[in-house]
Each structure stands twice: as C-alpha cells, then as structure tokens.
Ligand binder design. Structure first.
Ligand SMILES: [Mn+2]
Length: 432
C-alpha cells in the first residue's frame, strides 16, 4: 500500500475551497459503522467523498472546509479503553497534525462548535439528499447559526454534489497510479482463474478463487460483490447468488473487480467453462466484442460522454441483425429500440473511489464531454432470455465484456488489458 501523503489531501481541500463561492462553507460526513445483525457490523468502508478530501479512515467524523481555505475535522475522542476492543483511534490532536487540518475537535462538541463556524456565512454546501439523519443535522446547525445572527440574511443550503463530482471526474496522478494498480490486480486475477476454471466447479468455487487471487495479489477487498453467473443466469444482471453448478457446454459470466488504496477496478469476462465456445456462443461473443471495441474508440477527448452508448447501440444492433436475432433495417431497429430486448443496461460508468463513481454525466442538461484523465468502464452485453422470440439454440446465452478505460487526448488506454478478450485468446489460455 502506498504511503500516506498529506499534501495530496491538503491540495484537494485547497482546490475545493477555490471552487466554492465566497463566504461559504462545506460540511461533509464520514461513513458510519453499519450493523450486519445483532451486535456485529460490516467491515468499515469510509465515504468516498470524505476520504477524497481527508484521507481519514474513521467513522463518526465531520469535515468542514471554508472558502478561505480553512479546514476543520470533528472526530472521536481518543479512548484507551475502547482502543483495547476496536483498535487505534487518532483523536482530534494527533489527527489535526497528521492530516493537516487547521483545527480538530471532539465530535461530541459538534453541536456547539459547528454553528459558530457556519454563522455569518452566506452559503452552506453539503451533499444533501443522501442521508435523512445528516440532512436533519445540517438543518439544525443552520437553524442554530441563523438564530445567532438575527440581523443578517439567512444561510442558503446548496447541494455540492456537482462541484465535488466534477472534481473527482478528472483523476490526479496519485489516483491514476492507484486505479492502474487496482486494474492490474483484477486483470491478473481474472487471467489466473480463467486458466484454472473447470467443468464440475460451482459458481462459488470460482468466487472463492477470484477473491483469493485479489487478496494474494495485494487487494484486501472486492470493489463490489462478484457476479459469477453460469448458463442462463448470465441474463440476470445483478445475479449474486453464485450458488449453482456450471454445466459442461455453458458459458460463465464473471463480473468481478477489486479495491486497491480505496480505488476500484471492474472487469467482466464471459468464457466457456469447458474451454471451447459453441457456434452460437461464439457468434454472440464476437458481436459483443466488436461493440466493445467500437465503444472504446468513442471514449475520446471532446466527445460527449454518451457517445460510447450510442456507438454500442448501433454496433450491437448491426451485429444482432447479422446473426439473425433481429429483423428489419438498422434504422428501424435503432428507432424502435428493438435491441433493448437483448441489451438492457448502459454501456458503462465513471470509475474511481466508487466502482460507480459519484460523478455527473450531465450538468444543467449539458452532457459532460470527455477530457484527459477520466476513467470509464466500457461493458456492452447481449442476453438472450427464454422469453425472447428466437430459435431455441440461442436461448440462455448471456455475454458481457467489460474493461476499464483511461481517456487520453492521444486515444484511450485499456487499464485492464492484461486479461485476454479475443475468443481465440481465451480458448488458448484455458487449454494451457
Ligand atoms: Mn461495471
């Protein structure tokens, strides 16, 4: 894991302050520990926006950044008794020094101190509408601050989502290094499991192998629950039961990525469990691959971020027509959205601290244009459900191919290129 560098986080807070209007303050909350059942909790995962601006990895914390650049942390008081159970806690004093804040306070004092920081500001910026509990707290702090300044204008509450999201859209050097590493670990892992996969294995056999590879290669956590879908279960987009046998002759669709230094990777491969595609599987696979390649080329600096979507719709429609799964002219197929019978999700998403990165696709009705150092997944798919009006030999085939793309002015870079994608390459790897 890379060493903590306080300057990265201080620079981000300075940048955020620069993007705020004068006399405003940003208030951001950490994640909470989430109960799993009774007295056990899920592993703690810091809120991505909070981490982005602090690097601080504890629950029950609040960050404020003022437009003049001052930043204040509220966190748990150091408690040596609690540390015997739950491990190290920074406490305000040490956190202030290590993480470079101007002030830090015990979180239990927030209702007294925070209204004083807000008081006299024109605007309070927050990520509103995500947590009722946080929104209620923000309202109560604003109320208290307003009541202290009876003769001034009330404080405006503004949603800061697009400002922070736009900033996170362009990855800095440090982020690209971490995403690159996350993608490399995921790619090596996919490659390795693909080589070991055999007829007779269950979906959770494969799941175990992917998670094991992630961990052995330096990533402690998956970036989301892996989808390991044998046969027709590949047509269920969010299938995570992963508890069935994968039968001879079936494809297995694996959508699995890892997290490294808080940054996600996200890869999907679809391969025959016995190592050899059937004619129908191969025909569909090649249509998806062609759409994937075309969509990657559309992720180009200056293009609207929806161009890969349109490109994939066109390419998949043409391919589905070529192999006889759709009838009619290409124009008609596109106009009537007939391809949606087989392609019912979007081409991809921004990726970074979140696997589906918390960044906008359009602002005020204007589409985001691709710029250098944005990261997007490209993941077209074709899914032939039992309900489709097609020849039985096609039914139950589901194929998705997903890579993670770094947008560069001189073309895109496929960060997950280490795992084979051509059908022949996959068959070759599986026969080794
Ligand atoms: Mn994805």
């Amino acid at each position: 894991m890379s060493d903590f560098n306080v300057n990265i986080f201080k620079a981000r807070r300075a940048e955020v302050a620069k993007r705020m209007e004068d006399n405003s303050i940003l208030v951001l909350s950490s994640s909470k520990l989430v109960s799993r059942n009774n007295d056990t909790t899920f592993p703690f995962r810091q809120d991505s926006n909070f981490y982005y601006l602090t690097g601080f990895q504890e629950p029950d914390s609040i960050l404020t950044v003022q437009s003049d650049g001052r930043s204040v942390l509220f966190c748990r008081k150091k408690n040596s008794e609690l540390e015997k159970w739950d491990g190290f806690m920074w406490g305000p004093d040490a956190a202030k020094d290590h993480f470079g804040f101007d002030e830090a306070h015990d979180i239990s004092e927030i209702n007294e101190i925070l209204p004083n920081l807000i008081r006299g500001q024109k605007t309070l910026n927050a990520l509103v509408g995500k947590s009722l509990e946080f929104d209620q707290k923000v309202t109560s702090w604003i109320n208290k601050a307003n009541s202290m300044e009876r003769h001034q204008g009330n404080i405006d509450l503004k949603n800061f989502s697009n400002v922070l999201g736009s900033m996170r859209l362009i990855k800095d050097r440090n982020e690209i290094d971490l995403i690159r590493k996350s993608c490399e670990i995921a790619a090596i892992s996919h490659r390795s499991v693909m080589q070991k996969a055999k007829v007779g294995m269950t979906e959770y056999d494969l799941e175990t192998m992917y998670l094991n590879e992630f961990k052995m290669n330096g990533s402690r956590e998956a970036s989301y629950t892996p989808i390991i879908a044998g046969g027709k279960r590949a047509c269920i987009l969010h299938y995570i039961d992963n508890n069935q046998n994968i039968k001879d002759g079936e494809l297995v669709l694996v959508d699995a990525g890892c997290e490294y230094g808080m940054y996600a990777s996200d890869i999907t491969r679809t391969y025959p469990i016995n190592g050899k595609f059937t004619g129908e599987q191969r025909a569909i696979y090649d249509v998806v691959l062609e759409a994937h390649n075309a969509a990657c080329h559309a992720a180009k600096v200056g293009n609207p971020c929806t161009d890969p979507q349109k490109t994939s719709e066109k390419s998949l429609s043409q391919g589905l027509k070529d192999i006889g799964l759709l009838k009619g002219s290409l124009d008609e197929i596109l106009e009537k959205n007939l391809y949606r019978e087989f392609y019912y999700h979007k081409i991809g998403h921004w990726m970074g601290l979140d696997v589906h990165d918390d960044c906008p696709y359009s602002i005020d009705g204007k589409e985001i244009l691709f710029e250098d150092d944005m990261v997007m997944t490209i993941e077209p798919g074709i899914y032939v459900n039992d309900t489709a009006d097609v020849d039985a030999r096609w039914k139950g085939i589901g194929v998705r191919i997903e890579n993670d793309i770094l947008v560069k002015s001189d073309g895109y870079e496929n960060l997950t290129a280490k795992v084979p994608v051509q059908a022949e390459e996959i068959e070759q790897l599986m026969s080794e």
